[in-house]
Design a protein around this ligand. Structure first.
Ligand code: B3K
Ligand code: ZN
Length: 868
């Protein structure tokens, strides 16, 4: 395969103004008639052939302006349709194709899921429905007619507003939908099936009434209330925070059970993985609720950032994704606790994106080359992409940022644009040159910022030197210095010291633009502890050697909650690293004592306290170590710290848990969720003591919980602790929820994460369990994904069995669903940082995959880059 390069971008030679799709669902002989109003693009090459994309299509016939073209004037194959000499004026091209949605196991294009027939077109799925200029810079107005058996598919949905519907002979019926907003083909969607729905209404700021519908499998209507509420809050928030109103008469969400990812922002008809719609206290955890809120918001926000203004080409993916993640993060921050949300997002950024950026799959936020675009829906494009927008806001200030967004919406509504177009708006409103800032889009790798400081008592100054380096990454051996916003303060005995920098009051942020720079703060009357990178103001690795006493000062006194949390994490990380290197040394009692003091006050902000009590993960520690990683040693080191805390503080932890016991029924709100998070974090640590009465409390919580959050937390503590109580709990959990696939996913997941040697066999056994299905992405991710990405010791077994298992499963899945298979392989993205024995096994598994015949482009791209 030849890679696609950003540098090769050319405008399309033809444009399509309108699309009429006539889709008659009829089992394996589903008929699609597409009528396209085509015209030469004044910006394209005149006289060029018209080459429409296709993928696995069966061609039936074509017409140009109502007449069949001569056979030698066109070519139709399963992977494309070419008109050799198209008319050099507007013309109407009609093409008929045949499809079989039921045999589409890729879940791209038109496919069958349990309750309906639905579509997924992003990135290149529309070409699996009909021949088209399947690229985001071809915007057309779509009218969709769907015809189906009325008993089988009483509900017929597509983008836009419904303009017509009626019955047909033979028990069939039809509906016609029209979407007045020009859109790229990747935003096309239709759904037909036997669905139930809940409806509501939203009145926009300007007084327009919008009908809201959530369509689900019949019987699941009772689980949509939270999603609907989140949708209405999202709609209001986008009006208030960004001045964006919804633009159609109806907004629909459809929940489906077979879906390759989280959700899809099709215009007016979002299609969701049912996992991110359906929730009830009995079946969903607080985390599920938070994810539903964030993803409902994310897809809704795409209506402006992605749909009304879209990407010129797929290299610009972060234009819509990074920006929309930033927007959904801001939404959740406003709905819940900003500090807590920030910590959760940074934790996720570090564990996913930093890991990606440090390994062979590293790529810039805006890649310059791809073999398979589906492999670029990554943490780098999404999460680092959001960080870049966040830095932009920090650098130019809130007001200029908002003005820049307003300008972007005004200037580019209805267009397909680039990152340069986006950034130009902020250069204008912020009144500054953002040339150097563009490096954030071009340079991959996580910059390292090294800080050294010195206080001078005589001159009352504090000299802070910041130096940046950016590690080499694939294809980018050397880097230029970036612009790095560093929010900071100096903390004294009674909190933040008032500072002056270069003779002026310091506003709390510096922008490092050189390889290194020294800042001299004035008026520093006491020895301060620097609090750097407050709020995680840039996606960098901060290297700042602080004494443990200084970390404690920050933990106790920093005005920035993120850095209070960070100080505790850094301290704990240091202790675990020490335990990994010197397993025989006892754990530092000062840290444990500080946690004890902290517990006295933990009730004030339970959600924050829960995060503080959550020890750095094994993956965090592995990233910190970087080379020759031994996951077993890391596991043992982390357990040593957990054990020390549990043994010293179990009484206090269990009392705190008692005091926080909720009164009244479960509610998924942030306050309740925070309380439960703290109780369960305390229980997990207390359980590290190994004491019988703590274990008994976990087992009681499992049996008596009135909500899934507490029941699931208890089950996961039991399984992680490898105690005899785990098996009966797993058994009873299964019996209770066997008919609820989304809950059974949790059952699969906790088992996949048990950190003991029997787990691989267990996972293999579970693949044969009736609850498992290799064709369903949710089941595969819950069992195999959780094992490979969420069980460091067992996936990375020293005998290599974990890697060989992954390779075998990937080969099996690749034949059916390449996107899903490719996702699984990325569990090996950090293989080079393993110690030599494991590294050898992992490399062999990758090489084995590389040699397999008929590998999909998706998997061979990931494997090829992982081995490069
Ligand atoms: N835009 C979709 C992701 C599509 C992934 C295609 N492989 C969901 C989202 O980011 O909102
Ligand atoms: Zn998105």
């Amino acid at each position: 395969v030849r890679p696609v390069r950003l540098a090769d971008y050319r405008p399309p030679d033809y444009l399509v103004d309108t699309v009429h799709l006539d889709i008659a669902l009829d089992g394996a002989a589903t008929r699609v008639v597409a009528t396209l109003a085509v015209r030469p693009n004044p910006k394209g090459r005149s006289g060029a052939a018209l080459e429409l994309d296709g993928d696995a299509l069966t061609f039936v016939r074509a017409e140009i302006d109502g007449a069949a073209p001569a056979p030698e004037t066109y070519a139709a194959a399963s992977d494309g349709f070419t008109l050799h000499r198209p008319p050099q004026r507007p013309f109407v091209l009609t093409i008929e194709t045949r499809l079989d949605p039921a045999s589409n196991t890729q879940l791209m294009g038109l496919y069958r899921t349990a309750s309906c027939t639905c579509t997924q077109c992003e990135a290149e799925g529309f070409r699996r429905i009909t021949y088209f200029l399947d690229r985001p810079d071809v915007l057309a107005v779509y009218t969709t007619r769907i015809e189906a058996d009325k008993a089988e598919a009483p509900v017929l949905l597509a983008n836009g507003n419904r303009i017509e519907a009626g019955d047909l002979p033979g028990g069939r019926h039809y509906a016609v939908w029209h979407d007045p907003f020009p859109k790229p083909s990747y935003l096309f969607a239709m759904v037909a099936g036997d669905l139930a729905h809940v409806a509501d209404e939203f009145v926009t700021a300007s007084g327009r009434r919008v009908r809201l519908e959530i369509h689900v499998e019949p019987g699941k209507e009772g689980r949509c209330a939270y999603a609907m509420d989140a949708l209405k809050r999202s709609m209001r928030w986008d009006e208030e925070a960004f001045g964006r109103e919804y633009d159609l008469d109806v907004f629909m969400i459809v929940a489906v059970s077979d879906f390759n990812m989280g959700a899809m922002e099709n215009k007016g008809l979002n299609v969701f993985n049912d996992k991110y719609v359906l929730a009830s206290p009995e079946t969903a955890t607080d985390l599920d609720y938070a994810n539903i809120e964030a993803i409902i918001a994310h897809e809704y926000f795409h209506n402006w950032t992605g749909n009304r203004i879209t990407c010129r080409d797929w290299f610009q993916l972060c234009l819509k994704e990074g920006l929309t993640v930033f927007r959904d993060q801001e939404f959740s921050s406003d709905q819940r606790s900003r500090a807590v949300k920030r910590i959760i997002d940074v934790r996720n950024l570090r564990s996913q994106q930093f890991a990606e950026d440090a390994g062979p799959l590293a790529h810039p936020v805006r890649p310059e080359l791809y073999n398979e675009i589906n492999n670029f829906y990554t943490a780098t494009v999404y999460e680092k992409g959001a960080e870049v927008v966040r830095m932009l806001k920090a650098l130019i200030g809130d007001a200029a940022f908002r003005a820049g967004m307003d300008l972007y919406f005004r200037r580019h509504d209805g267009e397909a644009v680039t990152i340069e177009d986006f950034i130009a708006c902020f250069a204008e409103t912020g009144g500054r040159d953002l040339g150097q800032f563009m490096l954030w889009y071009r340079q991959s790798g996580t910059p390292e910022v090294k800080a050294t400081g010195q206080w001078d008592a005589k001159t009352r100054t504090y000299r802070l030197e910041l130096a940046q380096t950016i590690p080499p990454t694939p294809g980018q051996p050397s880097k230029e210095p970036m612009v790095i916003p560093v929010r900071l303060g100096l903390v004294g005995a009674s909190g933040d010291l008032p500072l002056r920098l270069a003779g002026r009051p310091f506003d709390g942020i510096v922008a490092l633009t050189e390889p290194s720079r020294t800042y001299v703060f004035e008026g520093v009357r006491e020895r301060p502890v620097p609090s750097l990178l407050r709020g995680f103001s840039a996606p960098v690795k901060l290297v700042h050697e602080l004494e443990e006493a200084d970390l404690l000062t920050l933990f106790e006194r920093d005005s920035d909650p993120f850095n209070r949390w960070q100080a505790a994490q850094s301290y704990a990380t240091g202790l675990i690293l020490r335990a990994v290197r010197k397993p025989d040394l006892p754990i530092d009692a000062r840290f444990v004592a500080a946690i004890g003091t902290f517990l006295d006050d933990a009730r004030r902000d339970p959600a924050f306290a829960a995060l503080t009590l959550t020890l750095p993960s094994e993956t965090d520690i592995a990233r910190e170590i970087g080379v020759n990683v031994d996951p077993d040693a890391i596991f043992a080191g982390r357990q040593a710290l957990r054990g020390a805390i549990g043994r010293a503080l179990h009484g206090q932890l269990m009392r705190l848990r008692e005091e926080l016991a909720g009164a009244g029924p479960y509610s998924p709100d942030a306050a309740g969720a925070g309380r439960r998070a703290l109780r369960n974090a305390a229980l997990y640590l207390a359980c590290g003591s190994g004491r019988a009465e703590v274990l008994a409390a976990v087992a009681r919580q499992f049996a008596a919980a009135d909500n899934m959050t507490d029941r699931h937390a208890a089950l996961s503590i039991l399984t992680l602790s490898d105690v005899p109580e785990a098996e009966p709990a797993l058994q009873s959990f299964y019996e209770r929820y066997r008919d609820d696939p989304l809950v059974i996913d949790k059952w699969l997941m906790v088992q996949a994460q048990i950190p003991t040697t029997g787990t691989l066999d267990r996972v293999k056994r579970l693949m044969g369990h009736p609850a498992f299905s290799i064709g369903n992405p949710n089941r595969v991710r819950a069992l195999i994904g959780a094992f490979c990405s969420g069980n460091p010791t067992q996936f990375n077994r020293a005998d290599g069995e974990g890697f060989r298992f992954l390779a075998a499963v990937v080969l099996d899945i690749d034949g059916k669903n390449p996107q899903l298979a490719a996702r699984l392989v990325s569990a090996l993205r950090s293989w080079r940082s393993l110690e030599p024995v494991r590294r050898e096994h992992a490399g062999a598994a990758l090489r084995g995959l590389a040699e397999a015949p008929s590998l999909s482009r998706d998997v061979s791209d990931i494997v090829g880059r992982a081995l490069a």
